[in-house]
Unconditional design. Structure first.
Length: 287
């Protein structure tokens, strides 16, 4: 498993991370199976974990995923990094943005309790909020950082102008956006290149298109053919392409089964040169 620095000031972590959402939302596996997924991630060199207090069925059990990871990482917590997204509510199971200073502060305090730590490794602001100036939301996380409750600050779902607005408030270490073979906006809008140029960690979430999109990868004939030639699964090929496209990219892979994260982790040791990266891109349909 390759390791990289998570942003200009962040720790060294694995290039493939485990996203915790699927272990805690509707359709989640039994707890013992979830713990096996976490164990397998550790066994295969994963040291980057992504979580949120909102990864739960609804508002009645906020923090489910954090508490699960805390149990699964017992005895290993000082060897891994948790990236925690804040600024989401789950009323009745819905996903609602709330980036108000009051709720962000409440969310961070809850995350500290759920993770049983004095400071979050990395806190990510989920999204801009039409009701709140973006700089005010980002500033709230930096104030909590000044109080010692957050080590590093990042943002999610941002284009380059929004990243630059956040940078004007404080040093942004991580940007997390959706990126997968059939959703390549971050390549077109400059986010991927901007992160590489400025040394920010770019975290690709939903790299297979989510639970509905993942099966589609196996139907993309040219991509599957190339994966077979390289003795990789189609999922490993996609992750290896992402990781090797820029030197600051990390792939966050969700999993409900131990076998799934084992497969994803295998991509973390694959080396592609620029020609190999282009060869993979040539197999992906233009959308």
């Amino acid at each position: 498993m390759k390791m990289r620095q998570l942003g200009p000031e962040g720790p060294q972590v694995s290039v493939v991370g485990l996203g915790g959402m699927l272990l805690s939302i509707t359709g989640r596996p039994p707890e013992d199976q979830s713990l096996r997924v976490i164990d397998s991630a550790l066994d295969f060199g994963v040291t980057l974990f992504e979580t949120s207090d909102a990864y739960a069925l609804d508002d009645s059990e906020l923090g489910h995923n954090e508490r699960l990871l805390t149990r699964g990482l017992e005895g290993q917590r000082d060897k891994v990094t948790l990236v925690t997204t804040v600024g989401l509510r789950r009323p009745g199971g819905a996903w609602c943005v709330d980036s108000s200073p009051e709720y962000l502060t409440e969310s961070v305090e809850r995350c500290l309790r759920n993770q049983a730590v004095s400071a979050l490794d990395v806190a990510l602001l989920y999204s801009s909020d039409k009701k709140i100036p973006y700089e005010e939301s980002v500033g709230t996380l930096f104030r909590l950082k000044e109080q010692g409750k957050i080590k590093h600050v990042g943002i999610c779902n941002a284009d380059v102008p929004l990243i630059q607005r956040a940078e004007a408030v404080g040093p942004i270490q991580v940007v997390q956006n959706r990126w997968h073979p059939l959703a390549r906006e971050v390549e077109k809008n400059g986010v991927l290149d901007y992160c590489a140029q400025t040394g920010k960690a770019f975290l690709a979430y939903s790299p297979f298109g989510g639970t509905l999109g993942a099966p589609t990868l196996t139907t993309l004939g040219k991509l599957s053919d190339q994966a077979r030639r390289r003795r990789l699964s189609p999922y490993q090929l996609v992750l290896a392409w992402m990781i090797n496209k820029t030197p600051t990219t990390f792939a966050i892979s969700g999993a409900r089964r131990a076998e799934s994260i084992e497969d994803s982790a295998g991509a973390g040791s694959v080396e592609f040169d620029a020609d190999a990266v282009r060869a993979v891109e040539n197999t992906i349909p233009t959308v």
